[in-house]
Design a binder for this molecule. Structure first.
Ligand code: F6R
Ligand code: ZN
Length: 187
């Protein structure tokens, strides 16, 4: 008979004001300089980098085995701002196992989950506090902050999914999200 390995249950605390996971095992920091090639205006991004390379986003995770059956979860915290009008965003990725989905619960801020398929279908799903977005299998996904405070989301996905950033670096997304004169434009 197959023997199941029993993993120890655990709980974690969120700081809902700061939008962070308390005592994360992994804390990833991405500054503006990590985002080269992702914004339409490369010169405006370079200017931002030279003006101090501000924090772009952070990911806080608890460590779980990256194995079938486990769920990876954590907090993604994306700062507000624009690069010549284009709203701050995450790099975006497909999952390395593309048939794995992901759930995002927005805890604070306002933004969109921008999603695309390899066939070029593109969707932008609105996010604000209390809203859940389902990213189905095969959809690449990127968070975009259109508000004036950090966009903080709780994410949960199969722990063995892995990340494929390379294809998005090559393809980009078919749509970009701008904030112009206080109005959101998805173009
Ligand atoms: C995990 C996931 C999120 C993102 C995070 C940062 O599968 O989708 O945890 O990793 O929002 O975005 P990326 O990974 O695109 O830099
Ligand atoms: Zn993902």
């Amino acid at each position: 008979m197959e023997k199941h390995s029993i993993y120890e249950p655990f709980g974690v605390d969120l700081d809902l004001v700061q939008g962070i996971l308390r005592e994360p095992d992994n804390h990833l920091i991405r500054k503006a300089s990590s985002m080269k090639g992702h914004y339409a205006d490369a010169k405006a991004l370079d200017d931002l980098i030279h003006q101090g390379d501000p924090l772009h986003y952070e990911v806080f995770e608890k460590e779980v085995p990256q194995a079938y059956g486990h769920l990876m979860f954590g907090i993604s915290k994306l700062q507000p701002g624009t690069v010549n009008g284009e709203c701050f965003m995450t790099k975006g990725h497909y999952h390395a196992i593309p048939e794995t989905a992901e759930v995002y619960l927005c805890l604070c801020g306002k933004g969109y989950m921008l999603m695309k398929t390899t066939e070029g279908e593109c969707r932008a799903e609105y996010m604000e506090r209390g809203r859940i977005v389902y990213v189905p299998p095969y959809w690449a996904h990127r968070s975009v902050n259109v508000g004036s405070e950090p966009l903080t989301t709780l994410f949960i996905y199969p722990a063995d999914a892995g990340h494929n950033y390379g294809d998005i670096e090559q393809e980009g997304f078919p749509k970009r999200i701008y904030l112009r004169h206080g109005k959101v434009e998805i173009v």
